[in-house]
Design a protein around this ligand. Structure first.
Ligand code: SF4
Length: 468
């Protein structure tokens, strides 16, 4: 996914920038970067690989040497950024969050104007560089950003650092958020609204879908008004967002709690304890446990001291192993118990099956699994959503393939998305059997939307129902 943060200040902004970006560390595991502009010394930039060490460790030295009154930074799950560009707009730095599905077509079009691109190691063009090139096609930043918003199939939110201020532009349909904060002499913009609260900022507002604003130390000014249509990613509340964040004024922790509560209302399981798979399953489980009056407890504790979030090998099998090693079981809470475990979602199912087998081996009598969202049936095409890169990795798709014994059309998939349909129940039963659960229930889409509580038309639910 990735996240970004920017600060405009009358004083040096590097301290706020450093911690503001650090508070986005849960959104990415590959690259991170900072770019600053100082009125006397111009631009400075640093990018590091954060696959094996956390952001804070990697940027410690840079923070000692960088200075400036304007700065942007990011945690990126894909390309190296922010990038520094010199064009007819002058020198600027840019960082982005999003996904470009039609990159090849756009590259072909832009190359006609004698522009060149550097290829990354995998032969692709750095998506942030591509956004900069699109912006450079137009006379000014505003027209350039609007052009990028129109041209890109996928989604694109960005921060652009210039000597005069920072442009903040939210994706056309607001798939990802941008929240604005301010304090005396400084203004900031970030993906996560909680990132600036402990730095002394107070929340001002969130940019609307497609809104383009410019930020200086004196405040934020809208340059292009927001559009009416919105499709913000619902997964932000279920899994991606940090519990203390809120989007569109709706708290992540509260939504997860509501999801657990509504799951419980439809359930008839009678476990001894209710537990959540840390971290995002925890709030779902508390909501469930409080609703049914069955004790919430922690049969798994996450070992955090030596496992920074960013330590994530690229190989999937190693990632699974690391994820497993981070969780330590508490045998006294497992032996001879009937457990109900809630996770935010089931993607490939491998990890959940291993966890379940381990619980049986540790003496659990029953393992009931519940999820904070409906079955994931479609791969995300709007964000670099690492959990469902290939649709055929999804446990649902593998099971449907088996049940249908042939080609699976989008129409058939939509039938499987109906929680009141026969096909849905067959799929759930099959997944339950394959993963060795005692019982399995997914959250219903209508309940999940109720848990979020904002107009359903404004929420993206594509990965669950295939509706654009
Ligand atoms: S498809 Fe799913 S993960 Fe992607 S933006 Fe929509 S809700 Fe979010």
């Amino acid at each position: 996914m990735g996240g970004f943060f920017g600060v405009a200040s009358k004083e040096d902004c590097v301290f706020d920038l450093f911690f503001g970006v650090d508070y986005h560390a849960h959104l990415g595991t590959r690259r991170a970067g900072l770019a600053v502009y100082d009125a006397q010394n111009g631009f400075d930039k640093a990018i590091h690989n954060i696959e094996n060490a956390p952001f804070r460790t990697k940027f410690d030295k840079n923070v000692g040497t960088m200075k400036g009154q304007l700065g942007i930074g990011c945690i990126s799950d894909y390309e190296a950024q922010p990038i520094l560009v010199r064009s007819h707009h002058g020198t600027f730095a840019i960082t982005t969050v999003g996904r470009i599905n039609n990159a090849d077509e756009i590259v072909e079009e832009i190359i006609k104007s004698n522009t060149h691109f550097f290829e990354m190691q995998n032969g692709e063009i750095n998506p942030t560089e591509l956004v900069a090139a699109i912006i450079n096609q137009k006379e000014n930043f505003i027209d350039g950003i609007r052009y990028a918003q129109e041209l890109i199939d996928g989604s694109m939110s960005m921060l652009i650092l210039t000597p005069k201020g920072i442009y903040a532009a939210r994706d056309k349909l607001g798939r990802t958020p941008i929240a604005i904060g301010e304090k005396e002499g400084s203004c900031c913009a970030g993906f996560e609204s909680f990132a600036y609260l402990n730095l002394g900022y107070t929340a001002v507002r969130e940019l609307g879908p497609g809104e383009i604003a410019v930020m200086t130390a004196d405040g934020v000014k809208t340059l292009v008004a927001p559009g009416k249509d919105m499709k913000i990613c619902t997964f932000l509340w279920i899994y991606y967002g940090y519990p203390s964040s809120s989007y569109e004024g709706v708290s992540v922790e509260q939504v997860r709690y509501n999801c657990g509560k509504l799951l419980a209302r439809r359930d008839n399981a009678q476990p001894d304890i209710v537990a959540g798979i840390p971290d995002s399953g925890t709030a779902h489980a508390i909501g469930y446990a409080n609703e049914v009056g069955i004790p919430f407890s922690r049969p798994f504790i996450k070992y955090t001291p030596t496992w920074p979030r960013s330590f994530m090998p690229t190989q999937q099998s190693k990632r699974d192993l690391i994820a497993k090693m981070k969780l330590i079981a508490v045998h006294d809470l497992i032996e001879n118990k009937s457990l109900l475990l809630i996770d935010d979602s089931i993607v490939r199912g491998t990890q959940m099956r291993e966890t379940t087998d381990f619980l049986y081996a540790s003496g659990a009598k029953e393992v009931h699994i519940r999820t904070g969202c409906p079955p994931l049936l479609f791969g995300c095409k709007y964000l670099n959503f690492s959990r469902s890169k290939s649709e055929m990795e999804l446990i649902t798709r593998r099971v449907i393939q088996e049940l249908e014994d042939g080609e699976v059309t989008e129409e058939v998939l939509r039938e499987y998305a109906d929680p009141d349909g026969e096909k849905y129940q067959k799929m759930v039963d099959k997944i339950c059997e394959k993963l060795h659960f005692t019982s399995l229930r997914y959250h219903r889409l209508d309940d999940m939307l109720e848990a979020v509580g904002i107009d359903a038309d404004k929420l993206c639910t594509y990965c669950w129902n295939g509706k654009e």
